[in-house]
Design a protein. Structure first.
Length: 97
C-alpha cells in the first residue's frame, strides 16, 4: 500500500468515526460537490445516486463556469457516505466539499 493510500484510509477512518458520532443512523445526509459546468462528469456524478431517492439542487456560478450540486439522500451508515465519496473521487473535475 502506498503512503497516499495509507493517508487516504486514515482520513476515511477518522471521517467515519466523526460521522458516527455527529449524526443519527439511518438518516438524511447532504453531499455537496462543485463540477465544471461543461464537464460530462456532472451527469456521471448524478448517476451515482440513481438507485436512491435523491433530492438534487443545482446552482450555477456567476460566470456559469461551475455548477454547485447539493444532494440529500437517506443513508444507513457512515460506510455508505464514504463509499459515495470514494466513487465520486474517481470522476475527473469533481470536487467534494
Amino acid at each position: 500500500m502506498s503512503q497516499n493510500d495509507t493517508k487516504s484510509e486514515e482520513f476515511y477512518l477518522r471521517f467515519s468515526e466523526h460521522l458516527a458520532e455527529s449524526q443519527s443512523w439511518p438518516g438524511i445526509y447532504m453531499f455537496k460537490f462543485v463540477v465544471k459546468s461543461e464537464s460530462p462528469n456532472l451527469n456521471a456524478l448524478k448517476a451515482l445516486f440513481d438507485s436512491t431517492k435523491a433530492n438534487f439542487s443545482e446552482k450555477l456560478s456567476s460566470k456559469k463556469t461551475f455548477t454547485s450540486l447539493t444532494i440529500k439522500i437517506n443513508v444507513n451508515s457512515p460506510t455508505e457516505v464514504i463509499n459515495i465519496y470514494k466513487k465520486s473521487s474517481t470522476l475527473e473535475g469533481v470536487m467534494a466539499l
